[in-house]
Design a protein. Sequence first.
Length: 159
Amino acid sequence: AKNARTQAALIEQMRRHEIVKRYLALVEGVVSVDNGSIDAPIGRDPRHRQRMAVTATGSKDALTYFRVLERFQHHTLLLLQLETGRTHQIRVHLKAIGHPIVGDPVYGSGNMCSTPPLNRQFLHAFQLNFTHPTTGKVLELEAPLPEDLTFVLLQKSSL
């Protein structure tokens, strides 16, 4: 934001959960349902305090919506939308349902799925929608999939 008033308006939109954030993720395994939600509280992992986990102890509500975009032999491409914004929420929720993000060194198996190997996790902040604080116009900003992630998808064949 360019000034304090604009910043305050954007912070208020975040507080009211009016900002829509969507992500693309390639996950391990084939997700069987076409869409759904993961409604599970997130807090510090009781065994590994550096990590977050789905836990009832000292946790906060967390809700993630997902939709399958494409299924591959051993992976699934998901579109994800956050209702809440907890630390590592997408990564923790996907691990909790048994479909960690490809290449996630903390919450996944760390397996890479491309040749040459992908040197990071396959999670991409794809879209951000919010109301412009001054004009009131709804803005939809999109970031195209980076070349390395696009390359991974081109190497796969759909089911």
